[in-house]
Design a protein around this ligand. Structure first.
Ligand code: PLP
Length: 505
């Protein structure tokens, strides 16, 4: 075989591209990546992927290894998360797929119980506003009405707020353990009691917390030990330290779980039986997660969670000691959100997004989160998110001084005036702004040419992104613009940005 490019040259090109990425190891990026700090685990995962590389997870009857690995992972997570023999599950491609399938399964059960076809009714999905965006996507994809509920200052929903919204048209209640934006643990016991009394299933989204909270001290019950919790999602590509592409969705009750499957014998090809959204799928991430889980065992996960716990406690303490910043609520799990401390004088305040940009200047990447208007009219402030991993404990001596120095750099500096950021775009946006779009789609309200021009006006040239290192530049102005623009416009602009990023140059 004569290759167009020698394999060694292809790999060299790949290495060069990777060199421009944000670092995945070493704890400098406090979101997206979950570094155990144990290189041996990464090597193990790579070897496991290589072994499984040619296998098609589509058919575990032909490739029995896939069934064996999946069975083991379901068993491990079920035991860890308090499930008994009545709890069954599947491995999915990630948290979003687990959440989508939890909603689809509940919707279909709700329809079947009423003898309705999909589309004949629009049941409600009840969840706090802090629930992961994957549930907005699920409601959008599967035709449910999203009923988002306000949370308190600590980021958790009150059980009474959920109880008030229960009714016969509710297909599923979702709570988080903990929530991604604020690390708030919702009151699972109380919500599940109210929902089960009304005959409504409850999903606990433990995508981020499921492999860490079992080792957190002093928590109320939040997992499958709680009566009334009917399903739970846990990502192994987060605190299971596996490469991306693996999550577990557990259901209480075989019959409930069977509704997750899609099966058809009504085409001229092979009989299709899929537990997940995908057809053909890689056995690689599954094998990697399996290998890591076996290598670590319960005690290994406990040790790594202990490192994350100590690092989180140290960061919470460090941020609380910084004048002008505050930690939102009382974070439960290895993550936290940081907001402005409004109790100090304006000139002593630190804006969390301006701070995050300054922290980036010191070599640490934090994640900016926009403010959010709640359904009751209150507003959740804009914050900066930190995901803490076992490796964080090792780098605290460098990270904490950077957080402090960055705050000193920008104390008293307000965030960019969003009006000023957005004003030059008014002409381009007039007419289309604020209507015509279904939230979540790229279908409106601007066309691609207008959206592209607006991005240029915001100083974002998708054809240049990545050329000067990772990221799109300072986050504070971008997030300020996102908050100020009508949501359908902001969403459309972000769609345009991401779409243009992969257009052939
Ligand atoms: C990460 C996360 C998800 C979605 O998971 P992906 O793996 O990114 O698809 C859902 N819920 C919570 C709470 C999460 O943290």
């Amino acid at each position: 075989m004569r290759f167009a490019t020698a394999p060694a040259d292809v790999l060299a090109r790949l290495d060069a591209l990777r060199a421009g990425d944000a670092p995945t190891h070493g704890g400098h990026v406090l979101s997206y990546v979950y570094d155990s700090g144990e290189p041996e685990l990464d090597e193990l995962a790579a070897a496991a992927i290589r072994t499984m590389q040619p296998v098609n997870g589509l058919d575990p009857t032909t490739f029995g290894s896939v069934a064996a690995l999946e069975r083991d992972l379901v068993a491990f997570t079920r035991t860890l998360l308090g499930g008994d023999d009545d709890v069954v599950g599947t491995v999915t491609s990630g948290g979003t797929e687990s959440c989508l399938l939890a909603v689809k399964t509940a919707r279909d059960a709700w329809l079947a119980a009423r003898g309705l076809e999909p589309g004949a009714a629009r049941p409600r999905l009840v969840a706090p506003v802090t629930v992961h965006a994957a549930f907005q996507k699920a409601a959008h994809y599967f035709g449910l009405a999203l009923d988002l509920l306000p949370v308190g200052d600590d980021g958790a929903v009150a059980a009474g707020t959920v109880a008030e919204r229960l009714g016969d048209d509710v297909a599923l209640v979702v709570v988080s353990a903990p929530s991604y934006p604020h690390a708030a643990l919702d009151p699972v016991v109380e919500v599940a009691a109210a929902a089960s009394a009304a005959g409504i299933p409850v999903h606990v989204d433990a995508c981020i917390g499921g492999m860490a909270l079992p080792f957190w001290p002093g928590l109320p019950a939040w997992d499958l030990r709680v009566p009334g919790v009917t399903s739970l999602s846990v990502d192994l590509h987060k605190y299971g330290y596996a490469p991306k592409g693996v999550s577990v969705l557990l259901h209480r009750g075989r019959d409930r779980q069977r509704g997750q499957y899609f099966a058809t014998t009504r085409w001229p090809g092979y009989p299709v039986v899929n537990p997940t959204l995908l057809g053909s799928r890689s056995g690689g991430p599954l094998a990697a997660a399996w290998a890591i889980t076996h290598a670590l065992g319960h005690d290994g996960f406990a040790e790594l969670a202990g490192r994350s716990y100590r690092a989180t406690a140290a960061l919470v303490e460090a941020v609380r000691a910084i004048e002008g910043l505050r930690v939102v609520g009382d974070p439960t799990g290895p993550l936290l959100a940081v907001a402005t401390d409004d109790t100090v004088a304006p000139e002593r305040r630190v804006d969390p997004h301006v701070w995050a940009d300054a922290v980036a200047g010191h070599g640490w990447v934090l994640q900016a989160q926009p403010s959010c208007a709640q359904p009751d009219g209150t507003v959740l402030p804009h914050t900066t998110h930190l995901t803490v991993t076992p490796v964080t404990e090792r780098v605290l001596d460098a990270l904490v001084p950077a957080l402090v120095a960055a705050a000193d750099d920008v104390r008293g500096t307000p965030r960019p005036d969003a009006g000023a950021v957005v004003a030059p775009l008014a002409a381009a946006l007039s007419g289309g702004a604020g209507h015509g779009a279904d939230a979540g789609t790229g279908a409106g309200p601007l066309d691609s040419a207008t959206a592209g021009a607006v991005l240029g006006g915001l100083g974002l040239d998708p054809s240049r992104i990545g050329d000067d290192g990772p990221g799109v530049g300072p986050m504070a102005p971008l997030l300020a613009a996102v908050e100020t623009l009508p949501a359908p416009v902001a969403e459309r602009l972000l769609v345009e940005l991401l779409a243009r990023l992969v257009e052939p140059r």
